[in-house]
Design a protein around this ligand. Structure first.
Ligand SMILES: C[S@@+](CC[C@H](N)C(=O)[O-])C[C@H]1O[C@@H](n2cnc3c(N)ncnc32)[C@H](O)[C@@H]1O
Length: 247
């Protein structure tokens, strides 16, 4: 069960955000695409222990609501919010497939949530939730596994501390992810493969006026820190991709 898997890693998952690709690729691109935060309200779907919610709060967002199915992840997020005495963040235990927001937001985000969906129907439901949660001029930006390329092999991302194995490139089939976050510590997650067309069609079907795929960019700090050569494989075949959709 998904909740149980994530409950077990509620206090360690955020270590994965320290991996160079997450920090200097994913995070850099995410913030660039989210853009101006002043006076903006945000909904973080599948927020985990709130890594992006806290970052966006710190960078100036007016209000953030994070939801996740894992009660342990939300417990960790709430503990942190309390410790930091933050009043403009709220974390709730909710299943996305049933979640109906009363409130509308300027921006909806999600990081690595689409890749837990096995069917077209689940993706469509998630896109409906995103659409319904947005203000009339709002937009969604999120990242998920990059199924535009089929470069996944045990060793392709070895230098980045990540091992991704996809035994079969077929809709609904498992994707095994292992992240080597600290010397002895690993995070293992099983995702699902879906052809990108399924996501794109779902966004269009629920009514988004534009849907765009965005390739990960590397921050100048990341290039300086690790050198150009380090990023070559990843820059050509990043293992995440962004979708941006406007209402
Ligand atoms: C890979 S983690 C990413 C967490 C967070 N977005 C981050 O980047 O730090 C995926 C998260 O999505 C949540 N999730 C997956 N399916 C969900 C669902 N149906 N409803 C709510 N949360 C869900 C999981 O519990 C998990 O915390």
């Amino acid at each position: 069960m998904l909740e149980k898997d994530y409950n077990k890693m509620a206090r360690t998952y955020d270590l994965s955000h320290k991996l160079p690709t997450r920090k200097y690729g994913e995070e850099f691109t995410f913030l660039k695409e989210i853009g101006e935060l002043k006076n903006k309200t945000l909904l973080d779907l599948g927020c985990g222990s709130g890594y992006y919610s806290f970052l966006l709060q710190k960078l100036g967002a007016k209000r953030i609501v994070g939801i996740d199915i894992s009660d342990e992840m939300i417990k960790v997020a709430n503990e942190k919010a309390k410790l930091l005495k933050l009043e403009n963040v709220e974390f709730l235990v909710e299943d996305l497939s049933k979640f109906k927001s009363e409130e509308k937001f300027d921006i909806v985000i999600s990081a690595f949530v689409f890749n837990h969906m096995k069917t077209k129907e689940e993706v469509l439901k998630f896109c409906e939730t995103i659409y319904r949660s947005l203000n009339k001029d709002g937009f969604y930006v999120g990242c998920s596994s990059n199924f535009h390329h089929q470069k996944y092999s045990e060793d392709f991302y070895k230098n980045y501390g990540i091992k991704i194995t996809i035994p079969e490139y077929e809709n609904g089939k498992p994707v095994f992810v292992k992240m080597f976050v600290e010397k002895e510590q690993t995070i293992e997650i099983t995702n699902s493969f879906l052809f990108p067309k399924i996501y794109e069609e779902a966004f269009k079907k629920v009514g988004f006026s534009s849907v765009e795929w965005i390739k990960t960019k590397i921050s100048p700090i990341g290039i300086k820190k690790y050198g150009k050569e380090f990023w070559e494989n990843y820059q050509e075949y990043p293992y995440e991709i962004f979708i941006k959709a406007k209402k």
